[in-house]
Ligand binder design. Structure first.
Ligand SMILES: [Zn+2]
Length: 126
């Protein structure tokens, strides 16, 4: 697989990227853990931002399925649900969307999750 931060190739079982030092979580792509495979919506988090007055936005490319505003979502790391949250907004190139699907690069606005609780490489599922 490749480092989610610097995109350089890393070993399958690496926990730290030897190129940029990033901590690697969910080092399970391209083969997802069965716990994750059975989810109908999957996005690997490639970036996270906090927007004052709005909340936390995670960005990434949707791997599988569809996400819609109002969907209940889970933030997963190392096959464990860390946070339960809700999709309260979807953005693509600053345009507001009602839904997004596999292959789309989007930002998902999450309810009541702090930026500090989210790391690159974590997974958003339904
Ligand atoms: Zn790296």
């Amino acid at each position: 697989m490749n480092c989610p931060k610097c995109k350089n190739p890393i070993e399958d079982n690496a926990t730290v990227c030897e190129w940029c030092g990033a901590t690697i979580v969910n080092n399970i792509t391209p083969q997802f853990h069965p716990f994750i495979v059975e989810k109908s919506f999957i996005m690997i988090i490639e970036g996270v931002f906090s927007i004052v007055g709005r909340g936390t936005i995670v960005i990434g490319c949707i791997e599988k399925g569809i996400v819609r505003i109002g969907d209940e979502l889970n933030i997963i790391a190392n096959n464990t649900v860390l946070h339960k949250t809700k999709c309260i907004g979807i953005e693509k190139f600053r345009k507001q969307l009602k839904s997004a699907e596999a292959g789309n690069n989007v930002g998902i606005l999450l309810q009541e999750v702090s930026k500090k609780d989210i790391a690159i490489g974590m997974i958003v599922t339904n």
